[in-house]
Unconditional design. Structure first.
Ligand code: FEO
Length: 396
């Protein structure tokens, strides 16, 4: 790719990772790939915002070279040190030894630990600090825990651009630049999946940060994250979603997530969903061994009801749902209702195991347990459990 203009004299110069399918180790399935966005501002002092993941420096530097000689960069801003954004840090330090670097103090220390490299001219900044680069003054806004303690945003009042790094990102590899250049539903799907899998645990911080930013009365025409598309058309829609999700607000829908050994727990799950449907409440049934956990989490982000099922195996829930629930409990979800169900042979610990694992993210009602396979009467009980749960979801 080449550099792409997002505003006069502001270029997107990052890299596109079309093939990435397991991002962040093995925690996030990125079915549409990933981008590592970096931005170049051509002002009196040429300024670079963020770098790219290791392995993508060639594409990134090629994009910068399409605009200017990289060694002419005088200001480098590091909004976040996670390796998907800081992989090019050692290279830019080498290429621009006299550049002035800006980031939080935690960013400085983290970069040194990651790379053993320190920029000669580094200024640690906090909210309220800024740097003048010519026509523009760039303001720094603390964004700790969005997504790591070192994060910050950078705002250009001249351009009315908020450079938000992980905030407002989406994992969406595309040669397009702006939100309105791709399919809206696909864009919003990736936005929701990203929030669920990256930012959900930090919702409380995010809600406070959104409120603080609102008080600053920033004029924002573009939000330029370091993953995915630049927000141009859909800023109001995205802000509305972020406000909703950050408050752990929910809609009347239910996720039924299960793992089964001999299809007895699966039969229970299907009856529970029938019971929910009889009340006109939306539910989606997820066999956790078949649907990727990051897609399930995306659905659950705004679901008021969580129902988890597992057969009992060696005195515990089954291993795939166990992994999923350990992953999910990190979401710190709030305001959810739940119950557990499952079949068992002789002791039936799975339902308690489920409640013990994710009791922190939902209020659990009575579990439903069945020995071996369900009788018709027991299937009716599952139907009724789903129906009563759906009524509770509608009532609260
Ligand atoms: Fe995209 Fe927290 O890194």
């Amino acid at each position: 790719m080449s550099a792409r203009i997002i505003k006069e004299n502001v270029y997107s110069v990052g890299a596109i990772d079309w093939d990435e399918r397991h991002f962040h180790g093995y925690t996030y399935v990125t079915k549409r790939g990933v981008t590592y966005n970096s931005y170049l501002i051509m002002d009196e002092k040429i300024t670079l915002i963020d770098t790219v993941r290791d392995g993508f420096q060639k594409e990134w530097l090629g994009n910068i070279k399409a605009v200017t000689d990289p060694s002419k960069i005088e200001v480098v801003i590091i909004n976040h040190i996670e390796p998907d954004h800081s992989g090019g840090f050692p290279e830019i330090v080498k290429l621009c030894p006299n550049a002035q670097f800006y980031g939080t103090e935690k960013a400085r220390a983290g970069l040194l630990k990651y790379y053993g490299v320190q920029a000669k001219n580094w200024t640690s900044v906090k909210s309220g600090a800024s740097v003048n680069i010519g026509k523009r003054t760039l303001d720094f806004i603390d964004a700790a825990m969005l997504h790591w303690p070192d994060n910050m945003f950078t705002y250009s009042a001249y351009d009315k651009i908020l450079f938000s790094n992980d905030g407002f990102g989406q994992h969406y590899a595309t040669d397009k630049v702006f939100d309105d250049e791709v399919d809206y539903a696909a864009f919003m799907d990736e936005l929701q999946k990203y929030y669920a899998n990256i930012l959900w645990p930090f919702s409380q911080v995010l809600a406070a940060k959104l409120a603080a930013i609102a008080k600053l009365n920033l004029q924002i025409e573009l939000i330029a994250p370091s993953h995915g598309l630049v927000l141009r058309k859909y800023i109001p829609e995205v802000m509305e979603k972020y406000l909703f999700w950050s408050k752990n607000s929910t809609v009347n829908k239910i996720a039924v997530v299960f793992e089964t050994m001999w299809k007895s727990t699966e039969a229970m799950a299907k009856k529970i969903v029938e019971g929910i449907a009889s009340e006109g409440v939306d539910a989606v049934l997820f066999d956790v061994t078949k649907t990727d956990r990051t897609d399930i989490a995306a659905y659950m982000l705004d679901a008021k009801g969580f129902i988890f099922g597992s057969s009992t195996h060696d005195g515990e829930m089954l291993p795939v749902i166990a992994g999923f629930l350990h992953f999910l409990k990190g979401s710190k979800a709030k305001n959810r209702k739940a119950f557990a169900f499952g079949s068992y042979g002789w002791s039936g610990e799975a339902v308690q195991d489920i409640q013990d694992t994710v009791g922190n993210i939902a209020e659990f009602g009575e579990p439903v347990k069945v020995v071996f396979a369900s009788t018709q009467e027991e299937l009716d009980k599952c139907f009724q459990a789903g129906k009563e749960f759906a009524k509770k979801i509608k009532a609260t």
